[in-house]
Write a protein that binds this ligand. Structure first.
Ligand SMILES: Nc1ncnc2c1ncn2[C@@H]1O[C@H](COP(=O)(O)OP(=O)(O)O)[C@@H](O)[C@H]1O
Ligand SMILES: N[C@@H](CCOP(=O)(O)O)C(=O)O
Length: 292
């Protein structure tokens, strides 16, 4: 049995820790079977091949929730680079939870998601569901609350380009640098951007969605980790992007527009001009986890 879990764009502009959406590539794939002892083998990007692998962490969390001590033998094909900003830890966490759910016959969405978030807790030092939740559903998701877990879903299916520069930004580091308080005017601005973006999304008005891809909660502070941000953003907009922003905690960036392939090419060329190699993923949003 195999499960494929796609990358995600968390935050999606003004929705820090609340908005997220699944994208078609890259993705992790996990094959698994019940076993007498825990084992994970990894191909692709290197992550731990022991109990520190968060696919094991979340699989164990799900088994514990139902009082089982089942172990799995897993083979992880790691297609999403860690410390990328496109939900690498979230994808593997969800894959592990889904694997255990399949073996134990658990179909409760909330249980699977909460188990997956335990993997995120280990990877990033805090529980945030804005990778695992959109990775599960694929839809554009809005997390209203965690207790109780209340999620709003907006089906989406538009083109996006994700560009991943050869830079690493651990999510944990990108969260540590955030202030515990922000100016009221910035909170109000983000409220306005987020509410307006949801309405534009519901109307499939992508030009307006693009215009609203700003953020005053995390981006102003994280730019210190991405000195290149404004240069790349300007190049994307000049290439015709409706909007551009950082994916998750970065360094991956994304853009929407008429010709996302051309926009992605220009973004990669801009990085290249700074001697930074970048991978370009021209894909679509709205891709959730799939069994095959
Ligand atoms: N299966 C896994 N997939 C991704 N990261 C893993 C996995 N197992 C352990 N890790 C560790 O979790 C951390 C994930 O880093 P993080 O910055 O959260 O990635 P991302 O921002 O891409 O989600 C890394 O230190 C990585 O080595
Ligand atoms: N809301 C989180 C999202 C982290 O996403 P990742 O893909 O960088 O792990 C944050 O901004 O810290």
């Amino acid at each position: 049995m195999k499960v494929r879990v796609h990358a995600t764009i968390a935050n999606f502009g003004p929705g820090f820790d609340v908005f997220g959406v699944g994208v078609g590539k890259p993705y992790d794939e996990l094959s698994f079977k019940e076993s007498d002892e825990w084992m994970v083998r990894v191909k692709g990007y290197q992550v731990p091949e022991n109990s520190n692998n968060i696919a094991i962490v979340s699989a164990k969390a799900l088994a514990a929730m139902v009082g089982e001590e089942t172990a799995l033998e897993m083979k992880l094909t790691k297609g999403i680079r860690p410390k990328s900003g496109i939900g690498s830890s979230g994808a593997s966490s969800l894959a592990g939870a889904l694997a255990m759910a399949k073996v134990l016959g658990v179909e409760d969405d909330e249980m699977i998601l909460r188990a997956a978030m335990e993997g995120e807790r280990v990877a990033s030092g805090s529980v945030h569901g804005d990778n695992v939740i959109p990775a599960y559903y694929g839809d554009f998701t809005i997390i209203e609350s965690y207790e109780p877990l209340k999620i709003w879903r907006i089906p989406v299916n538009f083109e996006v380009v994700v560009v991943l520069p050869a830079i690493e930004i651990p999510t944990s580091e990108a969260r540590k640098i955030l202030p515990s308080k922000i100016p009221r005017k910035d909170a109000i601005r983000n409220l306005a951007l987020a509410a307006s973006l949801i309405l534009a999304l519901k109307e499939n008005d992508l030009q307006t969605v693009g215009r609203l891809l700003d953020d005053r909660i995390a981006l102003p502070y994280r730019k210190q980790l991405m000195q290149w941000y404004e240069t790349v953003r300007e190049a994307a907009l000049e290439a015709g992007a409706y909007g551009f922003s950082v994916s998750g905690s970065g360094p991956a960036v994304f853009a929407i527009g008429e010709d996302v392939a051309q926009i992605g090419k220009v973004i990669a060329e801009t990085f290249s001009g700074m001697d930074i190699k970048a991978d370009v993923y021209v894909t679509k949003v709205g891709r959730g986890a799939i069994w095959f």
